[in-house]
Design a protein around this ligand. Structure first.
Ligand code: TYD
Length: 135
Protein backbone atom coordinates (compact mmCIF):
# COMPACT_ATOMS: atom_id res chain seq x y z
CA UNK A 1 0.00 0.00 0.00
CA UNK A 2 0.94 3.65 -0.29
CA UNK A 3 2.13 3.70 3.33
CA UNK A 4 5.17 1.69 2.19
CA UNK A 5 6.20 4.44 -0.24
CA UNK A 6 8.47 6.87 1.51
CA UNK A 7 10.99 9.62 1.13
CA UNK A 8 14.50 8.35 1.71
CA UNK A 9 17.20 10.85 2.65
CA UNK A 10 20.57 10.13 1.08
CA UNK A 11 24.04 10.83 2.44
CA UNK A 12 25.34 14.32 1.66
CA UNK A 13 28.99 15.17 1.64
CA UNK A 14 28.88 18.95 1.74
CA UNK A 15 31.96 20.57 0.25
CA UNK A 16 32.77 24.11 -0.83
CA UNK A 17 33.94 22.60 -4.13
CA UNK A 18 30.48 21.12 -4.71
CA UNK A 19 28.30 18.66 -2.82
CA UNK A 20 28.32 14.90 -3.30
CA UNK A 21 25.61 12.28 -2.72
CA UNK A 22 25.87 8.52 -3.17
CA UNK A 23 23.46 5.58 -3.20
CA UNK A 24 24.36 2.01 -2.27
CA UNK A 25 21.94 -0.82 -3.18
CA UNK A 26 20.50 -2.54 -0.05
CA UNK A 27 22.21 0.00 2.20
CA UNK A 28 20.25 3.14 1.26
CA UNK A 29 17.38 1.66 -0.72
CA UNK A 30 15.48 -1.56 0.07
CA UNK A 31 16.31 -3.55 -3.09
CA UNK A 32 19.17 -4.55 -5.37
CA UNK A 33 19.58 -2.20 -8.31
CA UNK A 34 19.32 -3.99 -11.66
CA UNK A 35 18.53 -1.01 -13.90
CA UNK A 36 18.95 2.75 -14.02
CA UNK A 37 17.01 4.99 -16.40
CA UNK A 38 16.30 8.69 -16.59
CA UNK A 39 13.79 11.11 -18.02
CA UNK A 40 15.12 14.38 -19.43
CA UNK A 41 14.24 17.00 -22.06
CA UNK A 42 10.64 16.74 -20.83
CA UNK A 43 8.54 19.42 -22.58
CA UNK A 44 6.57 21.76 -20.27
CA UNK A 45 3.08 20.47 -19.52
CA UNK A 46 3.95 16.88 -20.26
CA UNK A 47 2.99 13.92 -17.99
CA UNK A 48 4.92 10.67 -17.68
CA UNK A 49 4.07 7.39 -16.05
CA UNK A 50 0.33 6.65 -15.71
CA UNK A 51 0.85 3.00 -14.91
CA UNK A 52 1.62 0.54 -12.12
CA UNK A 53 4.15 -2.27 -11.86
CA UNK A 54 3.26 -5.72 -10.59
CA UNK A 55 6.61 -6.61 -9.03
CA UNK A 56 9.01 -3.75 -9.64
CA UNK A 57 10.50 -1.68 -6.82
CA UNK A 58 11.74 1.77 -7.81
CA UNK A 59 13.54 4.71 -6.30
CA UNK A 60 13.24 8.12 -8.00
CA UNK A 61 15.59 11.03 -7.54
CA UNK A 62 15.37 14.48 -9.09
CA UNK A 63 18.90 15.16 -10.39
CA UNK A 64 18.12 18.69 -11.58
CA UNK A 65 15.11 21.02 -11.65
CA UNK A 66 11.89 19.75 -10.10
CA UNK A 67 8.77 17.71 -10.78
CA UNK A 68 5.89 16.11 -8.85
CA UNK A 69 5.36 12.40 -8.26
CA UNK A 70 1.70 11.43 -7.80
CA UNK A 71 1.06 8.06 -6.21
CA UNK A 72 -2.04 6.11 -5.36
CA UNK A 73 -2.93 2.61 -4.24
CA UNK A 74 -6.58 2.68 -5.32
CA UNK A 75 -7.67 4.05 -1.94
CA UNK A 76 -5.30 6.87 -0.95
CA UNK A 77 -3.22 9.24 -3.04
CA UNK A 78 -0.35 11.63 -2.48
CA UNK A 79 1.64 14.20 -4.42
CA UNK A 80 5.31 14.67 -3.60
CA UNK A 81 7.51 17.36 -5.07
CA UNK A 82 11.07 16.22 -5.82
CA UNK A 83 13.43 19.17 -6.13
CA UNK A 84 16.78 18.15 -4.58
CA UNK A 85 19.22 15.39 -5.42
CA UNK A 86 19.88 14.36 -1.80
CA UNK A 87 16.55 12.60 -1.28
CA UNK A 88 14.23 10.45 -3.34
CA UNK A 89 11.01 8.50 -3.19
CA UNK A 90 10.81 4.73 -2.83
CA UNK A 91 7.85 3.23 -4.72
CA UNK A 92 6.82 -0.34 -3.89
CA UNK A 93 5.04 -2.68 -6.37
CA UNK A 94 1.36 -2.15 -7.29
CA UNK A 95 1.31 1.63 -6.91
CA UNK A 96 -0.28 3.72 -9.64
CA UNK A 97 1.98 6.68 -10.49
CA UNK A 98 2.38 9.61 -12.79
CA UNK A 99 4.84 12.48 -12.94
CA UNK A 100 3.92 16.06 -13.83
CA UNK A 101 4.89 19.72 -13.24
CA UNK A 102 8.33 19.22 -14.78
CA UNK A 103 10.43 22.37 -14.60
CA UNK A 104 12.62 23.18 -17.56
CA UNK A 105 15.83 21.18 -17.39
CA UNK A 106 14.34 18.63 -14.94
CA UNK A 107 16.02 15.23 -14.84
CA UNK A 108 14.36 12.24 -13.13
CA UNK A 109 16.65 9.32 -12.38
CA UNK A 110 15.02 6.00 -11.54
CA UNK A 111 16.72 3.02 -9.91
CA UNK A 112 14.80 -0.20 -10.49
CA UNK A 113 14.88 -3.70 -9.01
CA UNK A 114 14.49 -5.52 -12.37
CA UNK A 115 15.41 -5.09 -16.03
CA UNK A 116 12.74 -3.62 -18.31
CA UNK A 117 9.79 -5.99 -18.77
CA UNK A 118 6.60 -4.82 -20.48
CA UNK A 119 4.73 -7.76 -18.90
CA UNK A 120 5.30 -6.20 -15.47
CA UNK A 121 3.25 -3.09 -16.39
CA UNK A 122 -0.41 -2.44 -15.70
CA UNK A 123 -1.29 0.42 -18.06
CA UNK A 124 -5.06 0.24 -17.79
CA UNK A 125 -6.51 2.15 -14.83
CA UNK A 126 -9.62 -0.05 -14.54
CA UNK A 127 -7.54 -3.22 -14.62
CA UNK A 128 -5.37 -1.72 -11.87
CA UNK A 129 -8.35 -0.81 -9.68
CA UNK A 130 -9.84 -4.29 -10.11
CA UNK A 131 -6.51 -5.84 -9.06
CA UNK A 132 -5.98 -3.72 -5.91
CA UNK A 133 -9.61 -3.84 -4.82
CA UNK A 134 -9.81 -7.60 -5.18
CA UNK A 135 -6.82 -8.17 -2.90
P1 TYD B 1 7.32 3.92 -20.09
O1 TYD B 1 7.78 3.24 -18.87
O2 TYD B 1 6.02 3.48 -20.70
O3 TYD B 1 7.29 5.49 -19.82
P2 TYD B 1 6.05 6.40 -19.45
O4 TYD B 1 5.11 5.57 -18.65
O5 TYD B 1 6.61 7.55 -18.68
O6 TYD B 1 5.49 6.85 -20.76
O7 TYD B 1 8.45 3.80 -21.19
C1 TYD B 1 8.37 4.46 -22.44
C2 TYD B 1 8.97 3.56 -23.51
O8 TYD B 1 10.34 3.28 -23.22
C3 TYD B 1 8.26 2.22 -23.61
O9 TYD B 1 8.06 1.95 -24.99
C4 TYD B 1 9.23 1.22 -23.07
C5 TYD B 1 10.58 1.88 -23.19
N1 TYD B 1 11.47 1.56 -22.02
C6 TYD B 1 12.50 0.67 -22.20
O10 TYD B 1 12.72 0.13 -23.29
N2 TYD B 1 13.31 0.42 -21.13
C7 TYD B 1 13.12 0.99 -19.92
O11 TYD B 1 13.88 0.71 -18.95
C8 TYD B 1 12.02 1.88 -19.74
C9 TYD B 1 11.73 2.53 -18.41
C10 TYD B 1 11.22 2.14 -20.83
Amino acid sequence: SISKCRIIDLPRIADARGNLTFIEGQNHIPFDIKRVYYLYDVPGGSDRGEHAHKNLHQFMVCMSGSFDVCLDDGFESKRIQLNRSYFGIYICPMIWRYLDNFSSGAVCMVLASEPYDEADYIRDRDEYLRAVRAS
